[in-house]
Design a protein around this ligand. Structure first.
Ligand code: G6P
Length: 372
């Protein structure tokens, strides 16, 4: 096993280090003349032109990737999107029509809850598209179309590189559909393509420059009993994913919230010393969202929270209110999701390691849940 880990202390550490390639390999062969053209979706233009609604179904981390993808699919392809947990979808007599495109997301392609939901949707006349990391798995075989993520085999139970590859595939799908539906200009398409292509180097930059500090922070926090995560826009599902990762491998209570929801309840949880991660949107791209999140930070700081901020390089507005600042490179509004999650993966791994836990094989969990 040591050889398989290629010198890394765990599969998870190896797989986090492979996040840049996971994104790059998922993009490869899918860009032509500064526009997204996914060869596997050739011949489906009519389907995409007639799509009235997209329903994303998945479980666990894949469902959070779906929630991130919703922002891009709606913004760029201008199709209404709902994201639903596969096991909830199937048992509530959902409304489906021929204009519904069901997009399933699964790393393994074998998750029984997701598979059953895909079959159910197909039997009721919806078209199904699978985003999957495992060639020839059951879910892609049961779907009308498939867009593979090329993250490579993922061994650690907690998903990391597959998650960034899933978001990448969803952004590619959104841009492919946007091109077919002509819902964004060629210039915007090219701008987003350039942003996407720049992501692998930016993730590599975070791994190189923030890994040590983030791991150190995790070690200092080894005895923490609860950690909260706040985010807005695509930062919201990233906050949920940051919390899930911590629960899965460090067994610490963790919860993610939409930053705007703070005043509607979660702020009651803030007491002196409570660690809170806050994912801050770029001030260049949306000063409105940025300023709202900065004021959330002020509110929790005033109540004694220990604030760990994930913010764009150069964002000085967060400095007076943050106990720790983890920096991510500059990126467009959708793309910061792919960057902000990286320190959260490193943090969860560092904290589990500091607690002496097996990060690859957390208790009670299986990599692929093949029972309903
Ligand atoms: C299990 C794993 C999770 C994973 C989920 C969905 O619960 O422990 O890490 O996110 O299944 O798996 P899938 O293979 O469908 O992406």
């Amino acid at each position: 096993a040591a050889a398989e880990k290629g010198g890394w202390s765990s599969f998870m550490a190896k797989e986090v280090s492979e996040e840049p390639e996971a994104v790059a390999n998922t993009i490869r062969g899918r860009i032509h003349d500064s526009a997204v053209v996914i060869p596997e979706l050739d011949g489906l233009d009519e389907l995409f032109a007639g799509t009235e609604r997209i329903l994303v179904i998945a479980c666990g981390t894949a469902a959070y990737a779906g929630q991130v993808g919703k922002y891009a699919l709606e913004k760029w392809a201008r199709v209404p999107v709902d994201v639903e947990l596969a096991h909830e979808f199937r048992y509530r007599d959902p409304v489906l029509s021929a204009g519904t495109l069901v997009v399933s997301i699964s790393q393994s392609g074998e998750t029984m809850d997701t598979l059953m939901a895909v079959k159910y949707a197909r039997e009721r006349g919806a078209k199904t598209l699978s985003i999957c990391n495992t060639q020839g798995a059951t879910i892609p075989r049961e779907s009308d179309a498939v867009v593979y993520t090329h993250a490579g085999p993922e061994v650690a139970v907690a998903s990391t590189k597959a998650f960034v590859a899933q978001i990448t595939a969803l952004y590619l799908l959104a841009l492919h559909i946007a091109r077919v539906r002509d819902s964004i200009s060629a210039a915007d398409q090219a701008r987003h393509v350039a942003e996407l292509e720049a992501v692998p180097a930016k993730i590599a930059h975070i791994l190189e420059h923030e890994q040590e500090r983030t791991t150190q922070l995790a070690h200092w926090m080894a005895d923490t009993r609860s950690v909260l995560f706040l985010g807005r826009h695509v930062g919201f599902p990233i906050a949920l994913e940051g919390a899930l990762k911590l629960k899965e491998i460090s067994y610490i209570h963790a919860e993610g919230f939409a930053a705007g929801e703070l005043k509607h309840g979660p702020i009651a949880l803030i007491e002196p010393g409570q660690p809170v991660f806050v994912i801050v949107p770029s001030p260049r791209e949306s000063s409105l969202l940025h300023d709202k999140v900065v004021s959330n930070i002020q509110e929790i700081r005033a109540r004694g929270a220990r604030v760990i901020v994930i913010a764009e390089a150069g964002d000085a507005a967060v400095l007076p209110f943050a106990d720790e600042v983890l920096r991510i490179p500059l990126a467009g509004p959708m793309f910061e999701a792919l960057l902000a999650v990286v320190p959260l993966h490193i943090f969860a791994m560092g904290l589990a390691t500091a607690r002496g836990l097996d990060v690859d094989q957390p208790r009670n969990l299986a990599k692929s849940v093949t029972v309903e």
